[in-house]
Design a protein around this ligand. Structure first.
Ligand code: DLL
Length: 433
């Protein structure tokens, strides 16, 4: 099933031509309207007229989330804010989020991409789709919602509701499709099992993403819920769910190349790697009006396959992710940079910025612990004072990161301080595979 058969099955030569035209337009747009891009291109000695086809892409400088932070909040916008109708955001490396703003046309493109992904998984107007992703700055809720509505499915916006209520709705409305993180879907399955109602569910398909998940997890979800799971990928900076998704053959996630040009680079040297190599995924958006990104470094490590798929789609397939080239953690679907923890600790009197994060997965649910060293002068054996400090840190972390962490106070100098780079994170989860 196709949402836009002509585009999804376009012969690669034609697709490349289209990419070239759209790339040229996008480069002109950003050069003329975004000072930051103009300065970067001038510094690299590239002018818009040097970009004649997709082969010229590698002449352009990369964009990173540091660029976004440097010109926060709207410095990357290529359209006036008055022309934009939506803002979405996710965690940045410190206190400031990464934002993306959309014109009305950008929202239409996002909806099209999301609808293509959901249709690829078999969603039709006869389905009832429950969206369990958050409906806020996070792109998951609204992104899946827009696609589902465009298809004509009955969409139920449930992100953020209590799990028992979600299960009641799944049963009462005979929901056939669900979009949420894979770990949350497993939680739903387990709670439904405990309640003795798992057999009452009518689910047949799901769209899971926003965090890495393994094949084992996929099999578990498929067999526990008797459904077919689809792996959906996206990132706030480009557009949330909708950048790529796998088809029924599950041979990788088709990335919509008429909207996004993918490349794989060596994360250390920036060199473009030959087809089939594993490296960092870099994506250029070529149909955005409000905030296109040129050669955006996603930090996600993977490889691409270009062979035509059995499903008939010609668009490249992103293979299983093997990690990230930065230190970003995804805990319960929330992006967390260790530097954010450090920034929070610096605001709480009595603590030091010496911390150690331990992330684990217990019963398929993420756990998040932060050990924090207390300042020598603040340390006391007054248990109430220490408890108040612990509660304050917990609240501050929740306020900035949005997650409840287990806070463990450590005596002054209680954490290891080596002479080399301090290690701040232990991630015990097996996320990739
Ligand atoms: O997670 C957008 C999204 C929402 C995708 C709902 C799919 C479903 P961010 O919060 O900006 O956006 O996080 C983006 O999450 O760079 C990957 O590291 C990771 N990620 C997203 N989808 C997948 C996936 C949304 N299917 C970051 N598999 C990305 C593995 C994923 N990692």
């Amino acid at each position: 099933m196709f949402w836009n058969e002509e585009m999804e099955t376009m012969p690669r030569e034609q697709l490349k031509e289209l990419q070239g035209e759209r790339l040229k337009k996008t480069v002109e747009l950003v050069y003329n309207n975004v000072e930051h891009y103009r300065e970067k291109m001038d510094a690299a000695g590239v002018k818009p007229e040097d970009i004649k086809s997709v082969e010229d892409l590698s002449k352009l400088p990369f964009t990173t989330y540091h660029d976004l932070a440097d010109v926060y909040p709207f410095g990357m916008a290529s359209a006036p804010v008055s022309e934009c109708v939506r803002l979405q955001a996710s965690s940045g490396t410190t206190g400031k989020p990464k934002i993306s703003i959309y014109t009305r046309t950008d929202l239409d493109v996002w909806t099209e991409c999301s609808a293509r992904c959901l249709t690829m998984g078999g969603l039709t107007k006869d389905d009832i789709l429950m969206v369990g992703y958050g409906y806020h700055l996070f792109t998951g809720g609204l992104g899946a919602h827009q696609g589902g509505e465009a298809i004509g499915a009955l969409v139920i916006p449930m992100g953020g509701q209590a799990t028992t209520k979600i299960i009641d709705f799944l049963i009462d409305m005979k929901v056939t499709a669900i979009a949420c993180t894979p770990s949350y879907l497993l939680h739903v399955a387990e709670v439904a099992e405990e309640m003795g109602v798992i057999d009452k569910l009518s689910l047949r398909i799901s769209f899971n993403g926003a965090e890495p998940w393994t094949n084992e997890m996929r099999q578990r979800l498929d067999s526990k819920l008797h459904i077919k799971t689809f792996d959906i990928y996206g990132l706030t900076e480009l557009c949330g769910p909708g950048v790529a998704d796998d088809c029924e053959y599950r041979t990788g996630l088709h990335i919509w190349e008429d909207h996004f040009i993918p490349e794989i680079i060596d994360p250390n040297t920036g060199e473009v790697l030959p087809e089939g190599s594993t490296g960092e995924l870099v994506i250029t958006s070529i149909t955005r009006d409000g905030m296109p990104l040129i050669r955006y470094r996603t930090r996600d490590l993977t490889h691409l396959e270009y062979e035509k798929c059995k499903c008939g789609r010609t668009h490249a397939r992103i293979q299983r992710f093997v990690g990230r080239s930065d230190d970003m953690l995804i805990i319960k679907g929330v992006n967390v940079f260790p530097t954010q923890v450090e920034a929070v600790l610096l605001t709480v009197p009595g603590t030091t910025p010496n911390y150690f994060i331990t992330v684990d997965r217990v019963d398929e649910q993420d756990t998040f612990q932060i050990e924090v060293e207390i300042e020598e002068s603040y340390y006391s054996d007054d248990a109430a004072k220490m408890e108040a400090l612990r509660a304050e840190i917990k609240k501050a972390i929740k306020g900035v990161i949005g997650l409840n962490a287990k806070i463990v106070l450590v005596y002054p100098n209680g954490l290891e301080h080596g002479m080399g780079k301090t290690k701040h994170v232990l991630d015990k989860r097996k996320l990739f595979g």
